[in-house]
Write a protein that binds this ligand. Structure first.
Ligand SMILES: NC(=O)c1ccc[n+]([C@@H]2O[C@H](COP(=O)([O-])OP(=O)(O)OC[C@H]3O[C@@H](n4cnc5c(N)ncnc54)[C@H](O)[C@@H]3O)[C@@H](O)[C@H]2O)c1
Length: 381
């Protein structure tokens, strides 16, 4: 990536260590530090921030960052804080008026967070609402790619007998047929899952409601992947034969539909595994409730359920690189131009603005908590 800073502006960027439970990712890699330095900016990284993603302090220093001993020191010095997860309560008071926070926020799921960011007067640019002209969400896609690929890995593991599954190898062996994998939803997660399952030799069926999407998938997928229109009849038929079912549907802004009810589980073969990746939106399998990496599965009607809500957290090295590949060009633009000019000139970034200097500027957030909405143009004047 070559982005040249044509302005004389420089920015101080801070990278704190994530303190949310079980969050092992970090917002910037040493390579990202080097890019920001090349553009004339200063980067301060909290000691140990990258360690769980495989990046030691010395690697950041080598790339040109300064290491600070505490989270307080990072928040105190930085004009832009780059994070992965939303700030948690103990960080709220560290955030300064007009400090730019570039991270995942998911404001619509936390009223205390929304009110705290309003009170602190921060500029909150949320990864999850940065949006391209084709309506795709470039800073969410990498995590869906990770989760989709992981779904097959986890499904294969829990199909093993000692893990509670029916004891079937996804790819089979010569003389023994492969396992059958059903993927509900052929978007980012579903496509990556289908590719991985097919690569291991499984017999894969993808169901989606979009005929255009099914056409595309039918064109690009290998011969051991079949596409099917998603409806109740076809889902019943597919799951009766399945060894592994992956839930990957999304209806933007809505709860996931329950495509497999508790009653339908009784039509499936005992020891079948369901991996409901859509659990973060309520799940597309009625019996799914969120689980954690410490305790990822439970069994209902002899069906093994894997419902971890933050799957990428288990592979922080890959997830950090995937996330920072996507965030870094935006971070450099914000640093080079300052957030206001960057958001005026780049509509993708402008859509990421959620809360600015005490005002909510993103409709979904205002609606979620019945708070007043300010037009984003007002804060960009
Ligand atoms: N658990 C995790 O750690 C984790 C990580 C990343 C993403 N996710 C979640 O995975 C889900 C899928 O994300 P995505 O990025 O693939 O979304 P996406 O928008 O790319 O794909 C969703 C697909 O579902 C299809 N769909 C909608 N209704 C359907 C139905 N009734 N039957 C079949 N298909 C239907 C859509 O046509 C679309 O192709 C989301 O809920 C996302 O939040 C979870």
């Amino acid at each position: 990536m070559i982005i040249i800073n044509k302005t004389n502006k420089t920015m101080i960027i801070g990278v704190p260590k994530e303190i949310k439970n079980n969050e092992n990712r970090v917002a910037l890699t040493p390579a990202g530090v080097a890019e920001l330095k090349k553009n004339g900016h200063s980067v301060y990284v909290q000691a140990g921030a990258g360690i769980n993603s495989g990046f030691v302090d010395a690697a950041y220093e080598h790339a040109g960052a300064k290491i600070l001993p505490s989270i307080e020191a990072v928040y105190a010095i930085a004009e832009m804080i780059m994070k992965v997860k939303e700030p948690i309560a103990e960080e709220y008071s560290l955030i300064k008026q007009n400090q730019l926070l570039f991270t995942y926020f998911h404001f619509a799921s936390s009223e205390p967070l929304t009110k705290a960011m309003i009170a602190q007067g921060a500029v909150c640019l949320a990864y999850e609402t940065v949006e391209k002209a084709d309506r795709s969400l470039p800073l969410l896609i990498p995590m869906s790619e990770v989760a989709g690929r992981m779904a097959v890995q986890e499904g294969a593991k829990y199909l093993e007998k000692p893990s509670g599954g029916k004891g079937i190898l996804l790819g089979g062996v010569p003389g023994v047929p492969p396992a059958k994998v059903v993927v509900l939803g052929g978007g980012i997660v579903g496509t990556q899952a289908a590719k991985m399952a097919a690569g291991l030799g499984a017999k894969v069926t993808i169901l989606d409601v979009s005929l255009a999407r099914l056409r595309y998938l039918s064109d690009i997928m290998p011969a051991n992947v079949t596409t099917m229109m998603s409806n109740h009849y076809n889902i019943l038929e597919a799951i009766a034969e399945a060894d592994l079912v992956i839930g990957a549907v999304l209806i933007p802004g809505a709860k996931a539909p329950h495509l497999i009810t508790k009653q339908m589980l009784t039509t499936m073969k005992p020891g079948t595994v369901v991996v409901d990746v859509a659990v973060d939106q309520g799940g597309c399998i009625e019996t799914c409730t969120p689980t954690t990496h410490e305790n990822p599965t439970f069994v209902v009607e002899d069906i093994v359920h894997y419902c971890v809500a933050n799957m990428p957290g288990a592979v922080p090295y890959t997830s950090t690189l995937a996330l920072t590949n996507a965030t870094l060009p935006y971070a450099i633009e914000l640093a080079n131009k300052g957030w206001k000019k960057a958001c005026v000139e780049n509509i993708e970034l402008r859509k990421g603005l959620n809360v600015v200097a005490g005002k909510i500027v993103y409709k979904g957030v205002a609606d979620a908590w019945s708070l007043s909405l300010t037009d984003v143009s007002v804060v960009l004047e």
